[in-house]
Design a protein around this ligand. Sequence first.
Ligand code: UDP
Ligand code: MG
Length: 314
Amino acid sequence: MKKVSIIIPAYNEEESLPFLYERLNSLMNGLTSYEFEILFVNDGSKDKTIELIKELREKDKRINYVDFSRNFGKEIAMIAGLDYATGDCAIFMDADLQDPPELVPELIKYWEEGYDDVYARRKSRKGETWLKKFTSKMYYKVLQSLTRIEIQRDTGDFRLLDRRCINALKKMRESQRCSKSMFSWIGYKKKEVLYDRDPRIAGKTKWNYKKLIDLAIDGITSFTTSPLRIATYLSIPTFFALIIYFIYVIVKCITQSVAIQAFQAIILLVLFFSGVQIILIGIIGEYLGRIFNESKNRPLYLVNEYNGERENND
Ligand code: UDP
Ligand code: MG
């Protein structure tokens, strides 16, 4: 019997968990031809999330959990999920039921047909502001324009990954993670499934715009070095402008024998070039920061507990 791991990162989800378990339970009972594992990754929740998960495990041994030592963020929780998942395939699902469990049979159906990465694409996004919809649309546009690798639009992390994909992703140990671009990067046979994204069942979203902007910048810089090329692109017209301006000044001085307003020219030039330099230094800093973080080579996360056993994290 094939085993399906459902990986659920959870951060302060005590209100959603009972609903989530109910829906998952009826899903699993309906799909008797598969063995299931529900792997919760408790991402340092400050509420009763981990207590609830442990209670659930008491009555249902299909539930496993990884309990982080603190909040590491959803991206890290996802890779931890892949590290601990024991299934032949893994499905990422949010704890707030925004990803309907009822779609799982369809994901599995395509997996059985031989697809390695069956991802759910949103037809609609209920309960989200137009600003969030707009910014995420723009983000996809920008990211796609920067790279040759095809990026799936309107997809989140809700997807089924074959063991091959799991093993590939486990090899990617960078600390600033952008799963969206990693799913694209690994390739393999992909299949799209459409669904309606529901509003969050209970509790509050953990995202804010600062987090989203951080994620967007991480996504772009982790995926492509083309922002570095801005330097090259900017330097060419700048160089030409400089030469043309230089010739103009020389010619004017010789033919009309007038003195130019030197201080104005200097101020303009200084402002212009320092502006350009600041932008470029910013970009270099962006990458330098990443190199710094990667070079520390820290473990991606620390585990407090896995199904009741203490990890020694040596
Ligand atoms: N999450 C997490 N760590 C965090 C923030 C969120 O594991 O630091 C989990 C959260 O519990 C949920 C999923 O990531 O299962 C999506 O979070 P949320 O619903 O808040 O984001 P949104 O759906 O609003 O983008
Ligand atoms: Mg959500």
